[in-house]
Ligand binder design. Structure first.
Ligand code: ZN
Length: 250
C-alpha cells in the first residue's frame, strides 16, 4: 500500500516503497529493495529467484550490458571502431545472466522424488558430474568434477540420476567458492533425499590460478563433505573414496 507521507527522519527506519515507486527504479534496485525488506542474504552464490518478477531478468541483462560497456570504456578500449569488441558488452551480459550465473536468477529445476519402494540401502555413487562455475574472487572459470555418494534408507526419497547433475549445475552456475559450493549441494540433497549418509567430493581447476597470480598450471583443489553414516563409518567412507576413479587423492 502506498504511503504518501514523507519518509521518517529516523534513518534507521525502513523506508516503505510502493510497487509504483519501485517501478521507477532500475530492476537491480527493485530486486535489492525486496531482498533487503525480506532480510534475505544476496551474496554471489545465493539464489534470488523468489525476488525476481517476470520480465526483470531481461531488464537486468540490459543494465549489465550498460555497466559492461562502462567497464570497457574504463579499460580504454575503443569499442566503436574495434569490431571485435563492438558487441562484447551485450555478449558478456547475456553470458552472465543467461548462462554462467543463471543459477542465481532461476528457481531450482523441478525434481520428482519417488519413495524408496525397493528399500535400497546400498551405497550409490553418482559421478563424475562435470562442473562449470566461476570463482567469486576473480570471476574466473572453475572446471571440475563432482562425485556424490548416497546411502539411502527405507524412508529416503530417490531422485532420477540426471537430476543430481541438474541440481549440481544450478548451484554451480553462480560465482562460487568451492568449499561453499559443496556445502550448498550437500544441503540441497540432504533435504530432498534424506539419506542415512551423504558424501560429496569435488575436484576442480581454478583458472584464477592458471591465468593470473602464480600461474600454477598443475594445482587442482579437492573438497569433500561427509555426513551421517559417512562421518561415523570409516569403512563406508573408504569404500566411497576407493570407488572414485580419480588421479589425485584427497
Ligand atoms: Zn579466484
Amino acid at each position: 500500500m502506498a504511503r504518501n507521507s514523507p519518509p521518517p527522519a529516523d534513518t534507521g527506519a525502513r523506508i516503505f516503497r510502493s510497487e509504483e515507486e519501485l517501478a521507477q527504479l532500475p530492476a537491480s534496485e527493485r530486486i535489492r529493495y525486496r531482498l533487503v525488506a525480506a532480510e534475505r542474504r544476496y551474496h554471489a552464490n545465493d539464489n534470488i529467484a523468489a525476488f525476481v518478477r517476470a520480465g526483470e531478468v531481461e531488464e537486468l541483462k540490459a543494465e549489465v550490458q550498460a555497466r559492461m560497456q562502462e567497464l570497457l570504456r574504463a579499460l580504454v578500449i575503443d569499442t566503436d571502431s574495434d569490431h571485435n569488441t563492438n558487441e562484447t558488452a551485450q555478449r558478456v551480459a547475456k553470458m552472465y545472466v543467461d548462462e554462467v550465473f543463471r543459477g542465481r536468477y532461476v528457481p531450482m529445476p523441478a525434481v520428482t522424488e519417488f519413495p524408496n519402494a525397493e528399500r535400497l540401502n546400498e551405497l550409490m555413487i553418482v559421478g563424475p558430474i562435470t562442473v562449470r562455475s566461476a570463482c567469486s574472487h576473480h570471476m574466473c572459470p572453475i572446471f571440475g568434477r563432482v562425485w556424490i555418494g548416497i546411502l539411502p534408507n527405507e524412508h529416503s526419497n530417490l531422485i532420477g540420476l540426471s537430476k543430481y547433475a541438474r541440481i549440481c549445475d544450478w548451484i554451480m552456475s553462480r560465482p562460487q567458492i568451492q568449499e561453499e559450493a559443496v556445502t550448498m549441494l550437500a544441503n540441497e540433497l540432504q533435504q530432498r533425499v534424506r539419506p542415512d549418509g551423504l558424501a560429496i567430493v569435488m575436484e576442480a581447476d581454478h583458472f584464477c590460478m592458471h591465468w593470473r597470480g602464480v600461474k600454477d598450471t598443475d594445482t587442482a583443489m579437492v573438497n569433500s563433505v561427509m555426513r551421517g553414516a559417512f562421518l561415523k563409518d570409516a569403512n563406508l567412507r573408504r569404500e566411497f573414496l576407493s570407488l572414485l576413479p580419480r588421479k589425485r587423492t584427497a
